[in-house]
Write a protein that binds this ligand. Structure first.
Ligand SMILES: Nc1ncnc2c1ncn2[C@@H]1O[C@H](COP(=O)(O)OP(=O)(O)OP(=O)(O)O)[C@@H](O)[C@H]1O
Ligand SMILES: [Mg+2]
Length: 287
């Protein structure tokens, strides 16, 4: 595939002392600039897959890996996590666990110091990253005094300061209120659209995925059981329900109406899609 940034070939991973592998024969190619969403029920292997993208699996976990993960052509088993961190930035679900410093500035600086970025360049990178996530001016604040949404945007800024090509977000808003969720999703969307950042997001909020993702993969029991664009994945309500995922609200409403005898050309998965579907239905049903 052209512009491929990550390739996973026959990846199977089993954590030590477990019977079933967490990932089973995963094959996946991710394109530069793509916005890929990973969905699936609890324990499906979403986090394990996310961690395989920057080498945390297998370097920092105990278990057995088969198959290969290539990041920009680099075999992750032949590379160190700290080298892959330049290419793949990670943001996890709980922002507080990722923050350890007394000010926003020092929080931003620590990763850059670790990789030996000189101070003048460091200040430029920090200013750029804070600007992107909308936290400029808060450099002297304590990270713990920030709102949940701001903390998560700080975690994203810290990842961005490494100039990664891929940003992996593992349920980044699961501990945030609706406003914080919106802040994080819009920063991720902006990075993808304006900076051509490759975004890989593990997320439960199907409405958000339907709005932003180019492609969705569905994981269940460690396997990719479905993959496609948001229309293909979310309008196939039966397949979603088989793995315990609810469809977007507009899709559920349209599907419910179809059961009552309405006929739509296709099931909408976004609000804009619903607007088009219902307008079309109205124009066809007028005498
Ligand atoms: N460090 C570990 N040691 C042993 N087993 C693990 C470890 N981490 C995950 N697992 C197991 O691997 C499987 C996949 O877990 P993973 O956390 O990747 O799933 P997930 O889809 O992210 O789940 P969730 O929705 O709960 O976040 C599960 O059966 C889990 O119990
Ligand atoms: Mg998880």
């Amino acid at each position: 595939m052209t512009n491929e940034i990550i390739r996973i070939e026959n990846l199977t991973y089993r954590y030590a002392h477990t019977d079933k592998p967490a990932l089973v024969d995963i094959n996946l190619s991710i394109k530069q600039g793509e916005y890929l969403a990973i969905i699936g029920p609890c324990g499906a292997g979403k986090t394990s897959l996310a961690l395989s993208l920057n080498g945390i699996v297998p370097h920092m976990t105990v278990g057995e890996m088969r198959g290969k993960v290539f990041v920009e052509g680099i075999d992750t088993t032949q590379s160190q996590v700290c080298d892959l961190a330049h290419i793949v930035g990670m943001v996890f679900d709980n922002p507080e666990y990722q923050l350890s410093q007394s000010t926003v500035l020092s929080e931003m600086a620590i990763g850059l110091e670790n990789i030996g970025v000189p101070r003048d360049k460091m200040l430029i990178r920090i200013a750029e990253a804070l600007e992107i996530v909308g936290l400029s001016g808060l450099e002297e604040r304590s990270p713990l005094a920030l709102s949940g949404g701001q903390q998560q945007r700080l975690a994203i800024a810290a990842a961005l300061s490494m100039y990664p090509k891929v940003l992996v977000l593992d349920e980044p808003t699961s501990n945030l209120d609706p406003m914080g969720k919106e802040e994080v999703f819009s920063v991720a969307a902006q990075l993808n659209r304006e900076n051509q950042m490759t975004v890989v997001i593990v997320e439960h909020e199907v409405e958000v995925i339907a709005d932003y993702a180019d492609r969705v993969i569905v994981l269940d029991q460690g396997q990719i059981v479905n993959s496609g664009n948001v229309n293909e994945i979310f309008s196939d309500i039966d397949s979603l329900e088989r793995v315990g995922i609810r469809p977007p609200q507009v899709t559920a409403i349209a599907s419910g109406l179809e059961k009552k005898g309405y006929h739509f050309k296709n099931l909408p998965v976004t609000l804009d899609g619903a607007d088009a579907t219902f307008s079309d239905w109205l124009s066809r049903s007028r005498p």
